[in-house]
Design a protein around this ligand. Structure first.
Ligand code: JFZ
Length: 492
């Protein structure tokens, strides 16, 4: 566990392409890691500590079947969209207040300008559904402290501080209920750059300035205050609001960036509240030594998944979570689909981000890619949802015998020929490269009784012959899908 988590954090740092993530963040991540290991007993036992394996299976069931969800990063940062005072600000869009050292009062002045009249919960939920996604996780409050929901606990929120006056979370909850998809809330419980006492981490370009110095990394006096007061006056009351005001939701609470301020005792106070919601799933980023339900690899797919743990890779389509008008570096639908298949073959979920614009609309390149993924899933979804990981295991790649990763461990070199998932009485093989007529299936722990292509509505049987320990499957000349064609092996 120790090694895999440390490796995960480091890989995450590497994968966030560009010089965006700083060494202090890396140091913080390592410190967190040690902290995480240090506390053997929790001051308040969490549901994960007390439930039986059967209860855990029941609580996690929908999540384990879902495989594909939509992350939404949306807030005031969509207005500057990566530029401040006419300058392009490096790094991820939702960090602009920190990266550009924007004073609290100046940042808060964005709220009266936030009027996303084009926001439509029906359209966004419809988009997620048409992409084949089974759940949505939206930023109810990011590190900038702005609540995207109706909050009595703090006035810096979309209903009280903007001309929009509507509660997008309420509208999304109603729509998700209607369209039958789960809704989760991201909540930045620890960092809050506009509430006195909220934590701040150093980041990217901001480090080069003389501001943001330890121990607080603050850049404005208005940020100073007691962390415990912040938690008791803002974060905990808002978490209570989120957990009680939205009917059956949230299905997930997605915490983020715990710092050492979040002691086990303080985290325990939050856990006591989470415990009142026995169906809730929450991630591993609360802090205070709590492991939560899910590992959250960010911007990468772990080489071998996280055996024994539920996990969810969160990723951007371009290089930012929050909308940035200058970021057009979008991954292709092909890469996104490969990621989804890769993740499913290792037993995880893919939480793929969109960053809506200040109007409330979703950027066109994001809509296009989601629709393309949805088209593929409409044909091939059976090979993804509610499947088990691969029975093979060597197809994903191998650890290099010569090259080392940043950590000094053997570097994992992925291979992109094929992946596999497992069904009740079927093995699915996702072929990225279409073999010249024969696909050889290595020895596997089940008896293969037949083969057909998932895209073939007639399910015409393909010729299967024994060769060595395994089987040869004879394929047609033409791949049914340019990105990934699914071969189904029926098994006894
Ligand atoms: C965090 C946020 O800071 C970011 O804005 C976004 O919401 C993302 C999903 O989560 O990003 C992180 C979290 C952890 C590390 C780096 C970035 N880390 O461990 O180095």
């Amino acid at each position: 566990m120790k090694i895999s988590r440390r490796g995960a954090v480091q890989a995450c740092v590497l994968a966030a392409s560009g010089a965006v993530i700083s060494d202090p963040i890396r140091a913080w991540a390592q410190m967190q890691d040690e902290h995480y290991q240090a506390s053997a007993t929790h001051p308040v036992r969490s549901i994960q500590d007390t439930e039986t394996p059967a209860q855990k299976r029941e609580r996690m069931a929908w999540f384990r079947e879902a495989r594909f969800g939509m992350f939404i990063h949306w807030g005031l940062y969509a207005i500057p969209a990566g530029r401040w005072d006419g300058e392009k600000v490096p790094g991820i869009g939702e960090w602009i207040m920190n990266t550009a050292s924007i004073p609290v009062a100046e940042y808060k002045a964005l709220a009266p300008k936030f009027n996303p009249t084009q926001f439509s919960a029906a359209k966004i939920v419809g988009l997620a559904k048409s992409a084949g996604m089974k759940y949505i996780v939206i930023t109810s409050k990011h590190h900038d402290g702005f609540a995207l929901f109706d909050s009595k606990a703090d006035p810096f929120n979309i209903v009280q501080a903007t001309p929009f006056k509507r509660d997008p979370l309420r509208e999304l909850a109603a729509e998700c209920q209607k369209q039958g998809i789960k809704l989760g809330f991201y909540y930045s419980q620890d960092q809050d750059w506009t509430a006195p006492g909220g934590a701040a981490l150093p980041y990217g370009g901001a480090l080069k300035s003389r501001e943001h110095m330890p121990p607080t990394y603050h850049w404005d006096r208005a940020q100073d205050g007691s962390y415990s007061d912040y938690l008791h006056r803002k974060a905990i009351p808002q978490l209570r609001e989120l957990l009680t005001n939205y009917g059956d939701y949230p299905a997930i609470v997605w915490f983020d960036t715990p710092t050492k301020d979040m002691t086990p005792a303080l985290a325990g106070e939050i856990v006591a509240i989470l415990n009142e919601h026995p169906k809730l799933i929450w991630n591993n980023r609360l802090g205070g030594s709590y492991m939560g339900d899910t590992e959250t690899p960010e911007q990468y797919v772990p080489a071998q998944g996280f055996p024994g743990r539920d996990w969810e890779s969160c990723m951007t389509m371009n290089d930012t979570w929050g909308y940035k008008r200058d970021d057009t570096n979008f991954k292709s639908a092909e890469i996104l689909l490969r990621n989804l298949i890769d993740i499913a073959s290792k037993g995880g979920n893919y939480l793929l981000n969109i960053g809506p614009m200040p109007t409330g609309e979703v950027p066109a390149p994001e809509i296009e890619r989601l629709r393309e993924m949805g088209k593929w899933l409409a044909v091939n979804g059976e090979s993804i949802y509610a499947t088990q990981p691969t029975l093979f295991g060597t197809e994903a790649g191998a650890f290099s015998t010569t090259e080392k990763d940043d950590n000094g461990n053997p570097k994992f070199v992925p291979s992109w020929k094929w992946r596999s998932t497992t069904g009740h009485d079927k093995i699915y093989v996702h072929l990225f490269e279409w073999p010249a007529t024969i696909f050889h299936v290595a020895k596997v722990s089940r008896d293969v009784t037949g083969a057909y292509l998932l895209a073939d509505k007639a399910r015409s049987r393909l010729k299967v012959t024994k060769r060595g320990d395994g089987l040869d499957v004879e394929l047609p000349r033409q791949a049914p899908d340019p990105i990934a064609s699914v071969l189904v092996l029926t098994t006894a």
